[in-house]
Design a protein around this ligand. Sequence first.
Ligand SMILES: *Cc1c(COP(=O)(O)O)cnc(C)c1O
Length: 464
Amino acid sequence: MAVNGIPQALPTLPVHPDPETEAVLDSGLLHELAHAFGGPFHFLLPHRFDANLAAFRAALDEAGVDGCVYYAKKANKAAAWIERCAATSAGVDVASPGELREVLGHGVRGENVVVTGPAKNEELLRIAVLQGALTAVDSLDELDRIIALARTGEVRPARLLLRRLPPAQPHSRFGLDEAELEEALTRCVRAGDAVRMEGFSFHLSGYAVQPRADLAGHLVDLCLKARVLGLQADRISIGGGFAVDYAAAGDWDSFLAAQQPGHYHARRRFTPADFYPYHSPVAGAEALRAVLAAVPAGGRDSLARRLRETGTVLLMEPGRALLDRAGCSVFRVQGVKDRDGYAVLTVDGTSLSLSEQWFNSEYLPDPVLVTPAGRVGGQGVHPACVGGATCLESDMLTWRKIPFPARPSAGDLLVYPNTAGYQMDSNESPFHDLALPPKIVLETTATPTGCGRPRWHLDRRPAC
Ligand SMILES: *Cc1c(COP(=O)(O)O)cnc(C)c1O
């Protein structure tokens, strides 16, 4: 591209280097898988999930805080993560009967499930009570329904948390305000043995540390108050929203400073506020450490100390952060055509497999061009945007003109890095009757096959 005859660099956003993923891209395995499965597919690295989970647990241990991590299932539909949760006694956060069935079916114990989401239907509440799952109650009428269920079932008490409407996000449609909480506590006391009121919960949008510590401190106070009424109230859940750090600070800052409509197909206009914060100085388990070390508003002690001294267990529901670097999405280039100084690639999938477009945004980390010989290097600049194989103008995987190091051609692969958290399949649908992309689990830590490639299997093995 040139402005007034001066070539102007297109901004890029490389992800943090990840030698293990790079080795997969150079191994030839992806073309082999594309040959086997056609279409787009995703690959998963479950040991990364294990490592992320272990990091969260380590942060709790270091702070001397008793806690439990629940993986927020909505971030990715794969079975692989649930299998890891079952194997490592981690919890799972579900919000629908389908998610609950899936989780129980993969061996997660009911007592390790937390059911969140607004106004849960009868089926979901009933199975939750029967399975001894913890339910985050969102409203007074839901509380009445769950108490009624626990009474009629003669099975077991309903385990519940009361979800707090964040005072700093008063327009949130989730949770109970102060007056409603007061009333909920009265109803829990009145319900007697039908309920086990175990504490309070919240989930905040955004990724800031201090608001989480502040609200957590408030929930500890609420627990103390509820205990006086004779309720158990010995745990709080701080929800999810632990950021993922995709790219280096310098790369992210220069990207934001440079990007302008001329860098996108159809001069699409994005403002920095439209994008996920692809760089976060404090992310994942580090963000948990920071929340634990922060002093909640109005107090003098760190949240960790406050939890320890009040005998309060800390629950959390990270989704995206547990999936950091745990998978990539692979699309095959189906066609290439030229526009004014850039190419329009069509790949054999749709932007439904890369959800960010559906939030009027764009998944910015640079996709990597992989030919049968591996990644392409070199100093070439071959700008291209990436469209999906559908009849919608808006079905673009990437509006941005990506400066690829070589001209992509049909049969090459585009690998979108680090997509497991929300980008892989959270918004997926079989549009145009196109098959949903399969997910392939790579066993990079297992003994490699003779040719040095990782072993693999389908996320959902065909039933035996
Ligand atoms: C979405 C959600 C989460 C997970 O959020 P992340 O940003 O993926 O960590 C956790 N808890 C609740 C209640 C949610 O709705």
